[in-house]
Design a protein around this ligand. Structure first.
Ligand code: FUL
Length: 690
């Protein structure tokens, strides 16, 4: 309510202004509306997450909170390198995990001992959070703070004392770190884990808390807003933005900024809700590597360039902000490979949007509200002016005409969101050789627009482009239309191996691929790839793709392979020799344990010195049965018990390492599944041998 009154004040003033100079009143707002702070936040578009802490050194995603502080020992800590890299990558701010679920504080908190002050880094004198805040201030980046409400270390977790401590950590961050340094705190991130999936386990056992009451989020919000009234709050009970509902780098094609409590269950976070009472725009959080924290084993699994480019189109291009995560390595830096990749990403995006062809077009519309709201407002470079129709007219076409045939493949649309999000559907057509308007060929759904919508389609060459707004919650208010001819993204070649050891290398159409099998960097002098080849041994393959027209190389793809899976066979619970889904080198097919069974034994078809296991749960979009806690046996001998943390939200390939053991049969006993299916899924199982 408060938010609405405030905004009405602004809108009222705007209306008067337009009446005064333009004789045409602005369209009525369509509620709910964003606050000015929410509009400013949305304009940030991309900012970075950094995950750093004890997990980095423990090789875990969710530490138990029981490792000594001395474990936190970066060898070459340099927050300046993070800031420089992320600033160059175009990030507008940095959100740092100052306390993750293991409870370890990255700053020397006055209120506890489990922190950097008891770690060897700079002899306990390190204050890397302060250093980061200062570096951000200097470089004109905003700062965000992630504090996990769930704490697996604090002895009083579950009781009032812990929440007093939790509140004191927030206060320290807001007052002593951000306000004291004059940096702008733009976002506070309250993780939903523990409270999200109902599992409260770990060394300290079950805590029966009700997260919505226990953590006193209103008090936290007051602390934050007393110093930074415009800071966004993610999670908790008083959020101003919402999680997009997945950690895979996409918002829904239809994405309303509206949401609210008590919506029907069928509503999905990735879509928002057209009837939602509150303005709660979506944020897409995703990592540049499979995990949030750094793991050496993921050095070769950095997201490909085209995947990262897609993340941008699927978040910012779908009315959401992109929070892109960078794991910090053991040295205390963003790994070189990751900073190179993110600069490739920045360069690629800059090229995609380098030349706005709309600047050369003349815009006209089927209906115009009047002076100040003409079609020409969509490419006047002014965010605050927009094309709008007359009251009562909620559909309309806008046409871009070029003097000469022009080639393009991407359209950017923006709605003037201070007046609410309106567009429900639209179409994009171009005039063909026969002088007829025909739809562009696109895989994108043309439904909502919001703050920003990017539509990609097959290249067209035309003198006229027509965008028809076919359904809307009020008169359309479009403040920007841009048109681009975005170059194709030359991606890292994808190296895959079948269960029987045939390697295939996939790359973009028309490119030429070269590869090596000895770990050296591939060049045009390396082996040219023409057809799948035999590589049934342990080893490393690297490949690069060249675009013959530009002679530009792609980033290098790298893949490590262990023994082939073809001889693997299921022995128990039901001997199922023909069922190869878990061993077919294809993560899109899965083996599910039969109902009522909780362990799988498989044979490797020979004796090996085994030092690890790789497990991938069902990868399909609606896949289920990810194993959360397990026990491993080799030839019936117990080897290891453990958990795959965060596997429900991020069902990536998991690694189990253990001391080298000779054997031929492996048993995976499932102690807990992360969702409510009672059948564990195995998309892929493979071993790491000596
Ligand atoms: C999740 C956490 O559990 C992950 O570890 C990570 O921090 C991610 C950003 O949020 O909920």
């Amino acid at each position: 309510m408060k938010r609405r009154t405030l905004l009405l004040g602004t809108i009222g003033a705007m209306t008067l202004l337009s009446v005064g100079c333009q004789n045409v009143p602005a369209p009525e707002p369509v509620y709910p509306l964003p606050t000015q702070a929410q509009v400013n936040w949305q304009k940030m578009e991309t900012y970075a997450f950094v995950h750093f802490g004890l997990n980095t050194f423990n090789n875990m995603e969710w530490g138990f909170g029981d490792t000594p502080e001395s474990t936190f020992d970066p060898t070459d800590l340099n927050v300046g390198q993070w800031v420089e890299t992320l600033k160059n990558a175009g990030m507008k701010g940095i959100i740092i995990t100052v306390k993750h679920h293991d409870g370890f504080c990255l700053w020397p908190t006055k209120n506890g001992d489990y922190s950097v002050k008891n770690s060897p880094v700079q002899n306990g004198q390190s204050d890397l959070v302060r250093d980061l805040v200062e570096a951000c201030k200097k470089e004109d980046l905003k700062i965000g703070i992630y504090i996990s409400p769930w704490d697996r270390n604090h002895a009083k977790y579950g009781e009032k004392e812990y929440v007093d401590y939790f509140q004191s950590t927030i206060k320290e961050m807001v007052e002593d770190y951000c306000a004291a340094n004059g940096v702008e705190l733009f976002e506070f991130w309250f993780d939903g884990a523990n409270g999200g999936d109902g599992y409260y386990g770990g060394e300290r056992g079950v805590r029966n808390i009700n997260p919505t009451e226990y953590y006193r989020y209103e008090e936290a919000a007051n602390t934050i807003h007393s110093k930074f009234p415009d800071a966004m709050i993610f999670g908790g009970t008083v959020p101003t933005i919402r999680w997009i509902g997945n950690e895979h780098g996409y918002a829904g094609q239809t994405n309303w900024a509206m949401w609210g409590k008590g919506l029907p269950e069928s509503r999905k976070l990735e879509n928002g809700d057209i009837n939602g009472p509150d303005w709660l725009p979506g944020e897409v959080d995703v990592s540049v590597r499979p995990g949030w924290f750094y793991h050496t084993r993921e050095d070769h699994q950095l997201r490909s360039l085209s995947t990262l480019v897609d993340y941008y189109y699927q978040s910012v291009g779908r009315n959401a902000n992109l929070l892109l995560n960078f794991p910090i390595n053991h040295a205390g830096r963003i790994p070189t490979s990751d900073s190179i990749r993110i600069m490739e990403w920045k360069k690629t995006l800059d090229r995609q949007f380098a030349n706005d062809l709309a600047a050369k077009a003349k815009f006209s519309a089927t209906n115009e509200r009047g002076r100040g709201y003409q079609a020409a407002k969509v490419n006047d470079g002014n965010w605050d002016t927009y094309w709008a129709t007359q009251d009562g007219v909620t559909t309309g076409d806008i046409i871009a005409s070029f003097d000469a045939p022009t080639e393009f493949n991407t359209v950017l649309l923006q709605e003037y969101i201070p007046l609410g999000q309106r567009i429900k559907s639209f179409t994009i057509e171009y005039k063909n050789d026969k002088n007829e308007f025909v739809p562009v060929a696109s895989k994108d759904t043309m439904s909502t627009v919001g703050y920003k919508r990017l539509i990609r389609f097959d290249n067209v060459t035309t003198k006229e482009l027509k965008i028809s707004f076919t359904d809307s919650r009020g008169v359309p208010c479009i403040n920007n239309i841009s048109i681009y001819s975005a170059p194709a993204v030359l991606d890292v070649p994808k190296i895959v191996r079948s269960a029987d050891g045939k390697v295939n290398i996939n790359s973009a159409k028309g490119t030429v691929v070269y590869y090596t099998i000895d770990g050296t960097e591939p060049t045009t002098a390396s082996l040219p790839f023409s057809a799948p080849f035999e590589f049934a041994q342990k080893g490393i393959i690297k490949a690069v793709a060249y675009d013959p027209t530009t002679n530009e190389p792609s980033p290098v793809g790298t893949q490590l392979f262990d023994i082939v899976q073809a001889p693997f066979e299921i022995m128990k619970p039901i001997a199922d020799k023909g069922n190869k889904h878990a061993f077919d080198g294809n993560p899109s097919t899965s083996y599910y344990l039969p109902k009522g069974t909780n362990s799988l034994t498989f044979s490797l078809g020979g004796k090996y010195n085994i030092c690890g296991l790789e497990y991938t749960p069902d990868q399909n979009r609606w896949g289920a049965g990810p194993i959360h806690r397990y026990k491993i046996y080799i030839d019936n001998k117990f080897i290891k018990e453990g958990e795959f943390s965060n596997i429900k939200q991020n069902p990536i390939k998991q690694y189990i390492e253990f001391p080298q053991t000779e054997g031929s049969n492996i048993t995976v006993e499932v102690l807990r599944i992360a969702d409510d299916t009672n059948r564990a899924s195995f998309a892929e199982l493979s071993v790491i041998t000596e």
